[in-house]
Ligand binder design. Structure first.
Ligand code: ADP
Length: 399
């Protein structure tokens, strides 16, 4: 079975074509700068990488262009669109309606249109991708996998905010959590890799530009650090994470800024960038801190401390912890961050092994000492594969 996985952002489309026997990746790439000057596609297939320029005005034309490349003689890997058996879409916000991946139907589309109010920036491009694929490949089944779905198992006392209950009933204001596909993938993979060891209570740390932690009890998410929107929780590249809500009105008043101003402040100008004034990028911050930049050091310490605090909180939420998983660009690649976060967690039973950790990038590896009661492990995430597998399952069940 061949499945194409699509992830539509506001001005980009990431794609991967899977051959599910294996599974193996037949082609992958990204359409960039959609609707802007200088749009292009970076495409990779059969070990060959190309960058192709073109005027790409919207998601429909981006997907059309990408499909054209997939069947082209020079850069393609299939002969006909009919070889594509199904399409899997990443959808950011599924609200309370979607607790797992679903086949896309008219009814699902109507519900997704409704959920735009919860994710006004993310869901519209996801929907554009769905509409485009439906018109270009009308006979091919399509499925949606939601960033929020894995966290729908959170108990009400974990997902509710302590604000008037009517705001929940009127506007569905509650915690949803994101990166669910990643937390699900790495926690499932941890259970596979650590067979024979205890894996009932897993804390998964997805640390990238956007970052979140999840508490996974018996394979189900019971808490996670992001909320109604992805701005809650950890210190991120440019997002502030947890904040006294009183700060918002105070800053709006003092700086005389409006709703969109404060929104941009907490989403785009805060986090590692806001504190350091140097960069939102972990690599650049680590270099700046090594060179003695004091605010870069502070930003890093805040980042590590917040993750450590969440690990402690989630150990308390689950009555203990068996494994801590590191994933995402920082979790997979920054040995310093993994060490700094784990330092001080010996009281939980995590004996970190600095030697095993040193220099490891992007590979599955246990980085706690042999005999450590809590296992620390690096697991590179693979959201696309998870979406492809869900799509395969749904398509087969529907036959
Ligand atoms: P996104 O949330 O955009 O998907 P990623 O998961 O790709 O982000 O993570 C990006 C982050 O990973 C950046 O802060 C980047 O600096 C960091 N990162 C990538 N490689 C390394 C590395 N070798 N050492 C430290 N940090 C790294």
């Amino acid at each position: 079975m061949k499945i194409i996985v699509i992830n539509c952002g506001s001005s980009s489309i990431k794609y991967q074509l899977f051959d599910m026997t294996g599974p193996s990746i037949m082609a992958k790439g990204v359409v960039e700068k959609i609707g802007l000057n200088g749009s292009f596609i970076k495409h990779e297939s059969n070990g060959k990488k190309v960058t192709l320029e073109g005027e790409i005005i919207d998601h429909q034309s981006g997907i059309e262009y990408m499909l054209g490349i997939l069947i082209s003689r020079e850069h393609g890997c299939i002969e006909d669109f009919r070889e594509i058996d199904a399409v899997g879409h990443r959808v950011v916000h599924g609200g309370e309606k979607f607790k797992s991946s679903v086949l896309i139907t008219d009814e699902v589309i109507a519900m997704l249109e409704e959920s735009i109010r919860l994710a006004p920036l993310h869901n519209p491009p996801n929907l554009s991708g769905i509409y485009a694929m439906r018109s270009l490949l009308p006979d091919v089944p399509q499925a949606g996998t939601f960033d929020t779905a894995f966290h729908q198992s959170m108990p009400d006392y974990a997902y509710m905010y302590a604000i008037p209950y009517s705001l929940y009933t009127k506007y569905a204001i509650r915690r949803y959590g994101f990166h669910g596909t990643s937390h699900r993938y790495v926690s499932e993979r941890a259970r596979e890799i650590l067979q024979g060891k205890p894996v009932q209570k897993i804390i998964t740390c997805h640390l990238g530009n956007g970052a979140s932690v999840a508490a996974v009890l018996d394979g189900r998410s019971v808490d996670t650090s992001m909320g109604l929107t992805p701005v809650e929780g950890l210190v991120m590249g440019t997002r502030c994470g947890d904040l006294d809500p009183g700060i918002m009105t105070y800053v709006m008043e003092r700086e005389d800024i409006n709703r969109s101003g404060i929104n941009s402040l907490i989403n785009k100008h805060s986090g590692l960038l806001g504190i350091s004034g140097v960069s939102s990028d972990m690599r650049e911050l680590e270099t700046a801190a090594e060179q003695g930049n004091e605010r870069a050091r502070l930003a890093l310490e805040m980042f590590h401390y917040r993750v450590r605090k969440y690990i402690g909180a989630y150990a308390a939420a689950m009555g203990g912890v068996d494994a801590v998983v590191f994933t995402g660009g920082i979790g997979e690649n920054s040995d310093t961050s993994r060490y700094e976060i784990s330092k001080g967690l010996e009281f939980l039973g995590l004996e970190f092994d600095r030697e095993k950790n040193a220099g490891v990038r992007g590979q599955e590896k246990i980085i706690s000492r042999d005999g450590s009661r809590v296992t620390a492990i690096i697991i590179p995430t693979n959201e696309e594969l998870m979406i492809a597998r869900d799509t395969e399952q749904l398509t087969m069940n529907n036959k």
